[in-house]
Write a protein that binds this ligand. Sequence first.
Ligand code: ZN
Length: 280
Amino acid sequence: MTTTHFDTITYETDGPVAVVTLNRPGQANAQSMQMIDELDAAFDLAAADAEVRVVVLAAEGKHFSSGHDLKELVGPEASAELQAERATAEGKFRHERRMYFDRCVRIYEFPKPTIAAVQGKCIAGGLMLAAMCDLIVAADDAVFQNPVARMSGMGVELLVEPWELGIRKAKEFLLTGDSIDAQEAWRLGMVNRVVPRAALLDEAKAMAAKVALVPPVTAERIKDSINQTFELMGKRNSWNYHFMAHHFTHNTATALGKLAEREQMGSMREVFEARDKGDT
Ligand code: ZN
């Protein structure tokens, strides 16, 4: 067993199974730019290691991931460099293509099978990340939500919901911002199984060990062939379309106005609570 420590994740291999663990539990595993870079580097390690046959994507602490770390993008703690890049529509597009869209698609297209082990909150960009994996094992306390429409955004950068939930449920999920618990996610086919919270990592590793028995060339072809089925249904084209539309809604007067209000009110939560009460 070997462990590689990054700052925001850990990478561990045990025989044919690699476990990548999001490790910012104090921030509910909000995905910072550093975390996204380190995740990419961990997948490089898994790709380069011929011993590794399956990758488990897990998370330390109470929650899988609260989504992208918005504190880096807006507000007093925001990085000057990122704010400069995101100051224009073109810059925002470039930044999200590079850091969110391409990085997630890379995990989706990773040749070796991947399994997400999800507990607690799995929100917006967290759900997008988990949905890139081939299989999902959920703890009984897992909760899925993508409430960004409530904040004027059009989902996150990749639209996973219709593929995960079916069309009608996807519309309800995004338009209401309501959450789905582990049992409902299982019923809808979004997760493969629901297990007790304490058993989550062991169950995900056991599933990985079983998948690892399939000859890698076969496992990779099964994954690729199933993904190809979705290509024939237009998955990548729909993602490309959604990404463009997502950026349209990023730059509307409504969205930019809400960001400006945020500067005055302190947090997005306050802006949208006021809106939902009918104050603005
Ligand atoms: Zn975005």
